[in-house]
Design a protein around this ligand. Structure first.
Ligand SMILES: O=C(O)CCC(=O)C(=O)O
Ligand SMILES: [Fe+2]
Length: 327
């Protein structure tokens, strides 16, 4: 494609994304097209507490979900060590491991796209994204609950051992680091399900039986430092998209870069909150709540001279659970 037609296509795609989000943000409980905010919600009181304390946090979550679809949680219980270790492992994989070694676990060797994903694996309207990733799927061994041996892939098949891990001598502690963080994140996701249930005026155990072998694809992400202005190709780290599952738990390193699209078409930078985790609603939850909770378009642009790392967990109910409306 000629570069002018690529540019036209890119502008069209951006316009479509903006129109789409504007349409979606006009929910029944959204009072106006106000600029969305990303509130910080302390959930520390919700772990041991009485129902009224949980309901208080659930109401804050509800307000965030019907407006921006994004919020940041603090006092979430995932240890500082687990968060630090997994970000360190991401750094080792992306910046210290020879490309030939990463090629051995390239996503092309995986039926489901698990393993190392080089930056040229995906494009947005013809432009290569700068990000590099490492993808994996839920497996019982990674689940602190031990799972229930019922996990099926998104296509319904029950093939196991689909993940591709780097050799232990090559990246010592890599699997352990993932398991520690991911296991805790799954526990947090199940706790958040209770708060989401309350926020939807449902019994707090509403999602429990549907999340025994949940959909839990996750990835390590690496966004290289921005190029000096003179060489800048206006690189987008991760193109505009919405997440497809019920909700995402996102751990980020301290380098900013996440931006969400406002109804007026402006990109709003998500704040970096020390020790916080970003939570955002995905398309599945938006559909399930008839559009009440918003799955908002977002992207990543690393404009800094620092590397950026992140770990999203896309959490959803068991892949073999039929999602349907209440009658
Ligand atoms: O890296 C980030 O901050 C966001 C990643 C993201 O949006 C995604 O992987 O879906
Ligand atoms: Fe995303």
């Amino acid at each position: 494609m000629a570069s002018s037609s690529v540019a036209i296509k890119a502008a069209e795609t951006r316009k479509e994304a903006e129109d789409y989000l504007e349409l979606r943000l006009r929910g029944s409980e959204t009072d106006s097209l106000v600029e969305p905010s990303i509130p910080i919600i302390d959930i520390g009181d919700t772990f041991e507490s009485s129902l009224p304390d949980k309901q208080k946090a659930a109401e804050e979550i509800r307000r965030a979900c019907i407006t921006s679809g994004f919020f940041i949680i603090t006092s979430h219980g995932i240890s500082t060590k687990a968060r630090g270790d997994i970000l360190d492992q991401a750094k080792s994989l992306f910046t210290k491991t020879p490309r030939e070694q990463k090629q051995l676990i390239h996503i092309k060797h995986s039926l489901y796209g698990y393993g190392w994903e080089p930056s040229d694996a995906t494009t947005i309207a013809g432009d290569v994204e700068t990000k590099e990733a490492f993808n994996w799927s839920y497996e019982d061994d990674l689940d602190v609950s031990g799972g229930d041996s019922g996990y099926v892939q998104l296509d319904g098949s029950s093939v196991s051992n689909v993940n591709q891990w780097p050799d232990e001598p090559l990246l010592p502690g890599f699997y352990g680091g993932i398991k520690d963080y991911y296991g805790q994140a799954l526990g947090l996701a199940r706790h958040l399900c209770k708060l989401f249930a309350l926020s939807l005026r449902l019994p707090e155990d509403y999602f429990d039986s549907m999340t025994t072998h949940p959909s839990g694809n996750s990835r390590l992400m690496y966004y290289p430092p921005a190029e000096p202005v003179a060489e800048s190709k206006d690189g987008v780290g991760l193109g505009a998209h919405s997440d497809y599952q019920c909700f995402t738990i996102l751990l980020c390193s301290s380098t900013p870069g996440l931006e969400i699209l406002s109804p007026s078409g402006r990109w709003i930078a998500a704040p970096v909150v020390q020790d916080g985790l970003v939570i955002n609603i995905g398309d599945m939850m938006m559909r399930w709540t008839n559009g009440l909770f918003k799955s908002t378009v977002h992207r990543v642009v690393n404009r800094t001279g620092e590397e950026r790392y992140s770990v999203p967990l896309f959490f959803g109910v068991n892949n073999d659970h039929i999602v349907e409306g209440e009658t």
